[in-house]
Design a protein around this ligand. Structure first.
Ligand code: ADP
Length: 604
């Protein structure tokens, strides 16, 4: 009997197997797009972080410059309440009051320059000797003074250049639109400059590390290496977050100038060039310069220091590539899992379908097997009861027939019940040491009795001194009996059966019981399936040989329940040999007798 194939599931499997490669291609493309978007996102974030870094630094310096800038009254008198208040307010509110180490004022007494230093205790600008760092610019101050006295505007870019520790700004009254050649628009005409002496070491040790941590070094997420170098002398490294942090903008993911004019609107600054550069490309200022125009540089294109940032993995590109590889691995892993699941599902459905088919065949076979003896018994009984059978001799023959059919019926029922018992986890009965000789002898006796008048040649080779095995004697006898019954059923016309038992001294000692016949053998196509429940060989089906396909599956289950196994070797037209292997019982085990009518009488 055939079951309809589960065509819906097969179709679904086929569709899934076609869809999977398409899905893989789409996923590959999609991961590529995600990586591109990720690269853009990282570049944007990095650029923003670099700008924020510059902003935070310049605002800090710019606040100091604006707050501490000296006005003409303070410069003239050497002190003012207003300036003292401004100074105190800045000290109280600044995040980094140690940023400024000294405040000086340079102004003129007649044709001479005068330098005074702010005393934070008395709040008075006291005359001071010219420190080395400021003395270097004295000639420039002199020139500025001469120009001022000659009525020229103060040159706000008189080349104080890249001096890192000084921020010099004109006195507040000199603020004006500063058209070249025009006088400043302020009312009071007082010459002078405020000079802030910055603490470069403090900036290097405190401010730069704090800003780098805030904008680039994150515990989770993207992590960067940060370096700060001098713009005019890139070999001068001011800060490195990591010994591997690059100092060359060409190998950086982003570079940004800072400590520039934004640090204060009237701050003198150096000749730093460059600008925001990503991936070592030319900055906007470079382009403008190449363009030859005299466009003033943007704030972000100038600065005394250069920030250089590189992704911790070596470069942003490497980080994106490794994220891409990871995404690809995950998504293809999922696809692979999906394909394996589809494959397993298909295999499971095919197996389930085959099992269902076999069960249907089994039901049909069992029904047929049951119906035949029942029909024979019924008609024989009817004949007897209707008095159709006259002679005592015929009554005896009827009795023999009824007995044989009843036995077949009983064996069939036992076999099915036994299978159901093992199948539902019923396991073995009582286990005890059993003699292999006893098992084989009992099984052979039953086989000979079952063979009846047809006769049977049994060739035995069973040494009497075999060690015991431990197990359920009835089940073991039933297993050997099944093998013998098959040898008789499928062994061909000469009705010859060979039974051997031997002690094998392998890694663990075992008893091998082999049952052979001279039959036509098992077709190779059937061989892998004969131990499956309900499986019947093609020859058995074609030859209409009685059976239900349970015998060998019972043998296999019984062998495995005893820690043993069963194997088959069969060649076309060269007979078949089944080998039942059982572990030897440990020494000092006493044998239990094997009753010939033992509990289980499985027979296929
Ligand atoms: P059944 O004998 O009831 O069909 P079994 O499980 O005992 O079921 O055997 C399964 C199949 O194995 C048989 O249908 C038959 O095709 C094949 N088979 C078993 N023993 C032999 C043998 N000795 N020679 C040839 N074929 C055999």
């Amino acid at each position: 009997m055939k079951l309809p194939r589960p065509s819906g599931l097969t179709l679904l499997t086929a569709i899934l197997l076609i869809l999977l490669p398409a899905l893989a291609v789409l996923q590959y493309r999609w991961v590529g797009q995600v990586s591109d978007a990720e690269r853009e996102r990282m570049q944007r974030n990095l650029r923003n972080a670099a700008l924020q870094f510059r902003e935070a630094f310049d605002v800090e310096v710019g606040r100091a410059v604006l707050s501490l800038q000296v006005g003409p009254v303070t410069a003239r008198d050497g002190a003012s309440e207003q300036y003292a208040d401004r100074y105190e307010a800045w000290v109280d509110t600044s995040e980094h009051p140690r940023l400024v180490s000294d405040i000086f004022v340079v102004d003129a007494v007649g044709p001479d320059l005068r330098l005074r230093r702010f005393d934070p205790e008395s709040h008075v600008f006291e005359p001071a000797a010219w420190p080395e760092a400021i003395a270097r610019w004295r000639l420039d101050f002199d020139r500025q003074l001469r120009d001022f006295n000659a009525g020229h505007p103060v040159d706000r870019r008189f080349g104080l250049t890249d001096e890192e520790s000084l921020v010099i700004s004109p006195l507040r009254n000199l603020i004006g639109p500063g058209r070249p050649g025009a006088r400043p628009a302020s009312i009071t005409q007082v010459f002078g400059f405020t000079i802030l002496q910055l603490d470069v070491r403090y900036m290097r040790d405190e401010i730069l590390p704090a800003l780098a941590r805030r904008y680039f070094i994150h515990q989770d997420g993207d992590n960067y290496r940060v370096a700060v170098v001098s713009t005019s002398d890139p070999s001068r490294v001011l800060y490195r977050s990591d010994p591997d942090a690059p100092t060359d903008p060409a190998s950086a993911d982003a570079s940004q100038l800072f400590f520039g004019p934004r640090a204060g609107p009237r701050l003198f600054f150096g000749r730093g060039g460059g600008g925001v550069r990503l991936g070592g490309q030319a900055g906007p200022l470079d382009e403008r310069r190449r363009g030859g125009g005299d466009v003033p540089p943007r704030d972000e294109d100038v600065g005394r220091w250069r920030l250089i940032v590189q992704h911790a993995s070596g470069s942003l590109e490497t980080a994106v590539a490794s994220a891409r590889r990871r995404n690809l691995a995950i998504s293809f892993g999922v696809l692979l899992l999906l394909s394996v699941s589809v494959g397993l599902l298909a295999a499971a459905s095919r197996r389930a379908h085959r099992l269902a088919e076999q069960q249907m065949e089994f039901v049909a076979g069992v029904t047929h097997e049951l119906r035949t003896p029942v029909a024979v018994i019924r008609s024989a009984a009817e004949n007897l009861s209707h008095g159709v059978v006259g002679s005592a001799d015929r009554v005896k023959r009827y009795g023999t027939v009824i007995e044989a059919e009843a036995r077949r019926l009983g064996e069939m029922i036992e076999s099915v019940l036994h299978y159901a018992g093992l199948e539902s986890g019923g396991g073995l009965g009582n286990t005890a040491p059993v003699s292999p000789l006893d098992i084989v002898t009992a099984a052979v006796d039953t086989a000979i009795a079952a063979a009846g008048a047809g006769g049977l040649t049994v060739q035995r080779d069973i040494p009497p001194d075999l060690p015991n095995v431990i197990g359920d004697a009835g089940a073991l006898r039933s297993a050997v009996q099944n093998l013998l019954a098959n040898a008789v059923k499928y062994g061909g016309p000469d009705r010859w059966v060979g039974v051997r038992a031997e002690h094998v001294h392998g890694r663990r000692p075992e008893i091998c019981i082999t049952v052979s016949d001279h039959g036509p053998g098992i077709p190779p196509a059937d061989l892998p399936h004969i131990f499956e429940p309900f499986y019947r060989g093609s020859d058995a089906v074609a030859g209409q040989i009685h059976g239900n396909g349970l015998g060998l599956s019972l043998v296999k289950r019984i062998a495995e329940a005893h820690g043993g196994r069963v194997a088959v070797s069969s060649k076309p037209n060269a007979g078949t040999t089944f080998t039942l292997t059982l572990p030897v019982a440990p020494p000092q085990s006493r044998p239990s007798p094997v009753a010939s009518g033992a509990s289980v009488a499985a027979h296929s």
